[in-house]
Write a protein that binds this ligand. Structure first.
Ligand code: ADP
Ligand code: MG
Length: 411
């Protein structure tokens, strides 16, 4: 069928033609948005789930709804090693300048700008990380202790007060929140706590991998009073069918029932996989309806496309030893995996692999669903590893497993 009219949209953060199965969460977010706007307390939301389940597109949709309600928006994405203040400051600065431009001079807005300036000075002094400038005198003694857990709450409170004085509200959006350090997360939680206590119109919407729950550690019980952690996962059968059928119908195309069942079985309802299957099945089919034969024929392309994109992107950033570790996991079949079992395959003591494991968690490749267990953050990653074993042989070089173990167990 005409590839120009193909509605499916595989890709990280690419909006799907139909945002299926998330209406309850959107309703919840909209309620939170309107309550905050009306000066009522509301919990912030942290969407938690594996890669490719649709956290980013959901976060973006919530942001559009907040924008429609005239919220001032701050938007950041966590990176490996990038400090939270360095990302947050330019956003907070822009929000304050927006508030400053709104009407006549407002003392709360001016004060918040001065507090931001002193916060920036303290951070710059500590890390040299701040790139933007602010042409105002600092409010000495406010948010400039250099202790982020004290300074960030003070800064957010000043900014919240500024928004309140303008009858506006602020929504902060943080994607890939698992990349921030525990102390940064704790500062963020304390900041939101302060905003809630002072009844300020500030809300946080975030998304992250499951390890975020563990990273919160000591702050966890505290965080649970301020945040909800809805789990974002694979779609149900009915929602998966909607995700495929609705965009097709809009183009006067349909899927045969058995084709839908086939795609659901192989994608397991994971949104990223559904988009890939929809996309390649469409291009494969000569006419509507798209048949099971079309989808079967599309399978090879789906696999290639996932291997070169979804699976490959993060894989390429790993060291040979890290790849080796993931490979050992994949040899054990389906997760979660006992860390001791993985160590056994690698002929190591589990305790000797702690640093390697922590590195893989920090890179967002694996997480610990329970003590002593690990699993992949990318659905079906074990199959990707096993499928690409030949390529990996080259990648792993001398670090490769003794060939006996690997071959026997993959065969
Ligand atoms: N609810 C949904 N229904 C259908 N497709 C979706 C849905 N959510 C996400 N997708 C698709 O899944 C892919 C991954 O979405 P993304 O938001 O990047 O996931 P994550 O941030 O969890 O890794 C994208 O191609 C997107 O269009
Ligand atoms: Mg994402």
């Amino acid at each position: 069928m005409n590839p120009h009219r193909n509605p499916f949209a595989p890709g990280a953060g690419t909006p799907p033609p139909e945002l299926s199965g998330r209406s309850h969460l959107l309703t919840r977010a909209e309620t939170a948005i309107s309550r905050i706007q009306n000066g009522r307390p509301e919990k912030s939301l942290i969407l938690v789930g594996l890669r490719g389940v649709g956290k980013t597109v959901l976060l973006n949709e919530i942001r559009r709804r907040a924008e429609a309600q005239k919220f001032h928006i701050g938007r950041i994405e966590g990176h490996d090693g990038k400090p939270l203040p360095a990302l947050l400051i330019p956003q907070l600065r822009r929000i304050l300048l927006e508030l400053d431009r709104l009407e006549s001079i407002n003392e709360h807005v001016k004060r918040a700008l001065r507090v931001l300036k002193s916060f920036m000075n303290a951070i710059r002094f500590k890390t040299g990380e701040v790139e933007v400038s602010l042409d105002i005198d600092p409010e000495t003694g406010a948010a400039d202790s250099g202790d982020m857990e004290a300074d960030l709450p003070e800064l957010i409170a000043a900014i919240g007060r500024a928004a309140q004085s303008r009858h506006r509200a602020i929504a902060l959006f943080i994607d890939e929140i698992q990349y921030f350090k525990p102390v940064e997360l704790s500062a963020l939680i304390m900041a939101m706590h302060r905003a809630a206590q002072d009844q300020l119109p500030v809300i946080l919407f975030a998304a992250g991998l499951p390890q975020i729950i563990a990273t919160l550690g000591n702050s966890k019980s505290y965080a649970e009073r301020l945040f909800d952690f809805p789990e974002i996962g694979a779609l149900s059968l009915a929602d998966s069918i909607d995700a495929l059928n609705k965009p097709a119908f809009a183009e006067n195309v349909s899927f045969a029932q058995d084709a839908l069942a086939y795609i659901y079985r192989l994608s397991q309802g994971y949104p990223f996989f559904l988009q890939e299957w929809g996309y390649h099945s469409w291009n494969q089919a000569a006419a509507t309806p798209i048949t099971i034969a079309d989808t079967e024929m599309a399978g090879r392309r789906v696999e290639q496309s996932l291997d070169q994109g979804f699976f490959r992107v993060r894989f390429d950033r790993l060291t040979p030893r890290e790849k080796n570790y993931l490979f050992a996991m994949s040899l054990l079949g389906e997760g979660p995996y006992r860390t001791g079992e993985v160590a056994k395959i690698l002929n190591k003591k589990s305790s000797d692999l702690g640093t390697l494991r922590d590195g893989l968690i920090a890179k967002g490749m694996i997480y610990a669903p329970a003590y002593g267990d690990i699993d992949f953050t990318v659905p079906r990653f074990n199959e990707f590893m096993r499928r690409n074993i030949k390529d990996l042989d080259t990648a792993l070089g001398k670090q490769h497993l003794p060939s006996g173990t690997a071959r026997k167990q993959t065969a």
